[in-house]
Design a binder for this molecule. Structure first.
Ligand code: ZN
Length: 372
């Protein structure tokens, strides 16, 4: 099963807007109220907390029973993550809905508000339309740039895989987040600048160590996580479309390879810069998007991909001249390390898996089992 989230734009009149904003504010006020209780009483058990606050939520805030229950579980989730800090909710933060207080149809959405149910027209694109019969239970209402959106989770259909005519090897993250066997690097300068900015901010806040610094740090980590997620989405998307456009299969290392790389990197001087990148997430995106797009995915053994020479196969740690420079002691082949690794991944994928569809189908299922 491949789960995917879709962002649906909602049309709203001024009157609708007032109702929705009112509901969002009341909901988040209630979240903050419950968070305060949870923190003061040191309660992270949903049922115990519910016993304490349910009645009061209903009395103080003009919210339905369904909202009250959702709010309690949302607060518990947030509080459990870090019990040293009281979770805070932005007054215009998102609202979680479920089947009992919302209904999502293809052109229309019905949402519970303080003033009863509200029906809104949904603007659904063609791509989203085909996935709509697969909407899962929960959704989130968010308010951004004066517009309301609904984030829904769908069970995305899988396409059958095409017969690949070649292999695109992808090396995930030593010097660059992703490098392919065409020598293309999937990481822009902007990404690197942003990573550096977050790194500096983080270490300043860590040094400060005050309560407000802790809060800022928490907010920052949320921002950073979203930034990484967005970047991973963009990178995986361009890799998938490149492979698809050239009718190639994608080859990546199995999970162990990525883990050991991260460990190696963590020991080095560039620790923060690289160890914190969400490689597992990028790998998961590649796995599920290739499923959706019907791109065959081959997973190879990661052993020595960065120390073996793709020209003469000579393997030696000393072939890695510098962090991003490979020079073969055997034949003198000289290239950037990430590209060398990507080439080795292609060679392995081709050796292990002849590019024939039935074999690739099996491999890809195998990959999914690893990835999820
Ligand atoms: Zn060589």
């Amino acid at each position: 099963m491949v789960l995917q989230s879709l962002m649906i734009k909602l049309e709203s009149t001024e009157e609708d807007k007032v109702k929705l904003l009112e509901t969002i504010q009341e909901y988040n006020k209630a979240c903050n109220f419950v968070a305060d209780r949870a923190f003061t009483l040191k309660l992270s058990n949903k049922f115990k907390l519910q016993k304490e606050v349910y009645r009061e939520i209903r009395e103080r805030f003009n919210l339905t029973a369904q909202f009250a229950i959702r709010i309690i579980s949302k607060v518990v989730e947030a509080y459990k993550k870090d019990k040293t800090i009281k979770p805070t909710f932005k007054i215009l933060g998102s609202i979680q809905y479920d089947q009992r207080n919302s209904r999502v149809c293809i052109d229309e959405v019905s949402l519970m508000t303080l003033k009863g149910r509200l029906k809104l027209k949904a603007r659904v694109g063609d791509y989203q339309r085909v996935r709509f019969d697969r909407v899962k239970g929960q959704c989130d209402l968010i308010y951004r740039n004066n517009t309301f959106y609904l984030i829904v989770v769908v069970d995305a259909p899988e396409k059958s895989e095409y017969d690949a005519t070649g292999i695109l090897g992808i090396d995930l993250g030593i010097e660059n987040i992703a490098t392919d066997s065409d020598r293309q690097i999937f990481e822009s300068k902007k990404v690197e600048e942003k990573r550096q900015k977050y790194l500096r901010l983080r270490s300043t806040l860590q040094r400060t160590g005050t309560k407000s610094a802790k809060r800022k740090l928490k907010r920052l980590s949320g921002k950073e996580r979203r930034f990484k997620k967005d970047t991973n989405h963009v990178i995986s998307k361009s890799i998938i479309s490149k492979a698809k456009g050239t009718i190639r299969a994608i080859a990546i290392e199995d999970l162990k390879g990525i883990r050991s790389k991260v460990t190696v990197i963590s020991r080095g001087s560039q620790r923060d810069k690289y160890s914190k990148w969400a490689f597992g997430e990028l790998r998961n995106f590649l796995t599920y998007k290739s499923k959706i797009e019907g791109v065959p995915l081959i997973v190879v053994n990661p052993k020595n991909t960065s120390t073996q020479c793709p020209e003469c196969q000579y393997t030696d740690k000393q072939n890695r001249k510098a962090r991003n420079e490979f020079q073969c002691i055997g034949c003198g082949y000289n290239e950037m390390s990430d590209y060398v690794a990507a080439r080795n991944i292609v060679i392995r994928a081709a050796v292990n898996q002849p590019v024939v569809a039935p074999v690739l189908v099996v491999t890809s299922h195998d990959a999914l089992a690893h990835g999820s």
